[in-house]
Design a protein around this ligand. Structure first.
Ligand code: PEP
Ligand code: MN
Length: 595
């Protein structure tokens, strides 16, 4: 099919092609087309369409030379409708374009975050920002067909209670201001789009050369297998046996098909290669149907935000005999020598085999402070960010924390660096809202025996970091943990943070002997907080090393950009340089975390 609407722009001589996309100007698809045209040295005349199907039909009818559809988002997952339309229509796929989605919360000038009652966006984009949206109380999420429409509509309505999530380009195009950015659940927020033309296209669409340097080919397939044991496994093995990598596997909806299941598979490779063709021949024998959606130029994998891997050292210490079960805390007791719980916090595993470090300030004090600290601890290899919002202070006149404002800033810093975040909940009323915003709920030492609070976090979906009370025995700590497990939340991490003794040279006495005892008595992971344990900056490094050597699963350490100015616990805050040095020193300390 040939389009008649293509030409060279007389002003600049650029090849001009019409390109169909779903949405209106200012949508992400529109932005992707514009940016892609620049890299290819052509000009696209955009044609907005009202559905994915309309995009395909615009191309097949010759109204557009090219079409673009999103198929996959790193946070929200498969955009099923994109794959479905590519599979349903006969299209010539040209290129995959991987695009970083930088969502902004937009509103009219004069609007405030607190004043918003409604936020409009594409449903996939709302899903990508679920964590951020959860921090806003009383705001309705309104799904609309595309982000450009969301931005245009709130600009036209001129209502300060309405916001939209869309791109910076949409803000400029519709005259909106930005109330928040970095709001996606993770910074690695990439969407894959596919650019296509009609099969046997002639004219400029045929002349268009999508290939970039250093690209590889990817092929999307749709196949159905009978619902019999091993059927899918055989298909995957065949692909692997032909030396081909599968980069995506997703099941298609099964409406109307009984006795069989269909899967979308993306394979790194070109359908024209002999090895690929052989794999397809073998696949035909074990599938009910096999459809080649297309081969296309794929960009190389998008850059990932750096996250230092956890240091894993396995020294296999001797196994202690399991003690008899204590009736007072049966759920936390290690009944079996092999029982060792691993608690997942976001995508970080805490438990045997992993030694992890959590860093961050005692209190979140400002956006700059928490973002700078998050970047510094992430760069040094921390896997999680801490930051107090509600501070339990001895004096009512001392800084009490910035409350929910701090929670939002902590969550933003977590999203910006890809680090899960932990913060303390002080009351039952805070639990639900805090659970929306943080990955790990901290119960502070002063609340270790606040049994109603323990029950409330026991009902939460979020994992819990339970700190040892400053005058609590090991048995009392385990009993407190039992309260949380008894309510149905198995994800508890214990934390030794120092206890009160007659000693006054240190803030508390860090009870390192509790670590081997706890490791023997409970299957729950055990962390150590040397910052509150010793309270003096220069003694924190040695105690970090000791904690790792004695069998702790991880550390919780206070870090501040300018410790002398810290609004709480200034004496024990590490500088970025201190933290970095300690992280280096820890690499050489064997971990005693396999029993
Ligand atoms: C903290 O971690 O910020 C804190 C207040 O600790 P703890 O409850 O151990 O005193
Ligand atoms: Mn503190």
């Amino acid at each position: 099919m040939t389009s008649t609407q293509t030409a060279r722009d007389p002003a600049n001589g650029l090849l001009t092609l019409t390109a169909a996309f779903e949405g209106i100007e200012g949508s992400y698809s529109h932005g992707v087309l514009e940016a892609y045209a620049r890299t290819r040295g052509v000009a696209f005349t955009p044609i907005g369409c009202s559905s994915f199907r309309d995009v395909a039909q615009a191309v097949l009818s010759g109204r557009a030379d090219l079409g673009l559809l999103p198929i996959d988002n790193a946070i929200a997952g498969t955009i099923r409708e994109g794959y479905d339309v590519l599979a349903e229509y006969e299209l010539d796929l040209l290129a995959e374009i991987t695009w970083r989605m930088e969502h902004r919360l937009l509103a009219i000038s004069g609007a405030t975050l607190e004043g918003l009652r409604e936020i409009d966006s594409h449903p996939v984009v709302l899903a990508e920002c679920g964590r951020f949206l959860g921090t806003l109380a009383n705001v309705r999420r309104i799904p609309v067909p595309d982000t450009g429409i969301a931005a245009r509509d709130i600009a036209q309505a001129a209502d300060p209670s309405r916001g939209a999530i869309a791109s910076a380009d949409a803000a400029a195009r519709y005259g909106l201001v930005e109330l928040a950015h970095t709001i996606a659940d993770h910074p690695d927020n990439f969407t894959r789009f596919v650019l296509f033309r009609a099969p046997n296209a002639t004219g400029p669409a045929a002349d268009f050369e999508p290939a970039e340097d250093l690209t590889f080919r990817k092929t999307s397939l749709l196949f159905a297998v009978a619902n019999t044991p091993g059927a899918l496994g055989r298909c995957l093995s065949i692909v692997g046996e032909h030396g081909l990598n599968i980069s995506k596997l997703d099941s298609k909806t099964r409406l109307g098909a009984t006795g069989q299941s269909s899967f979308y598979v993306d394979v790194d490779g070109d359908v024209r290669d002999e090895r690929f063709a052989e794999a397809l021949r073998a696949l035909r024998d074990v599938t009910v149907t096999l459809h080649i959606i297309g081969s296309y130029d794929a960009s190389t994998a998008p850059p990932r935000v750096r996250r230092a891997p956890a240091v894993v050292v396995d020294t296999a210490p001797p196994v202690a005999p399991a003690p008899p079960a204590k009736p007072s805390f049966p759920k936390v007791t290690r009944q079996d020598v092999h029982a060792r719980s691993r608690v997942m916090v976001g995508d970080v595993a805490i438990g045997d085999g992993e030694f992890v470090v959590v860093g961050g300030p005692c209190s979140v004090e400002s956006r700059e402070q928490i973002l700078a600290t998050a970047e510094a601890v992430a760069a040094a290899g921390a896997v999680m960010l801490r930051g107090g919002a509600f501070k339990p202070r001895t004096s009512p006149y001392a800084f009490q924390g910035l409350g929910w404002e701090a929670v939002a800033l902590l969550a933003e810093a977590g999203r910006a660096t890809g680090l899960p975040v932990v913060s303390e909940v002080m009351s039952i009323e805070q639990v639900e809202r805090m659970s929306q915003a943080v990955d790990l709920l901290q119960i502070g030492a002063r609340n270790m025996q606040n049994f109603d609070l323990l029950k409330a976090v026991g009902k939460s979906e979020r994992p819990v970091l339970l700190k040892r009370g400053m005058a609590a025995s090991i048995d009392e700590l385990l009993s407190a943990a039992e309260y949380i497990l008894a309510e149905g939340n198995p994800n508890v991490i214990l934390c030794e943070r120092g206890i009160r003794t007659f000693e006054t040279a240190t803030r508390n006495t860090l009870d390192l002997s509790a670590i081997p005892v706890l490791r023997e008595r409970t299957h729950l992971p055990v962390m150590v907080d040397p910052s509150h344990g010793v309270g003096v900056r220069r003694w924190i490094g040695p105690l970090c090393r000791a904690a790792k050597a004695v069998g702790a699963h991880g550390l919780l350490v206070e870090v501040h950009p300018n410790p002398s100015q810290a609004r709480s616990d200034a004496d024990q805050a590490l500088t970025f340089a201190d933290f970095d040095r300690i992280m280096h020193e820890l690499v050489n300390v064997p971990s005693f975390t396999t029993a």
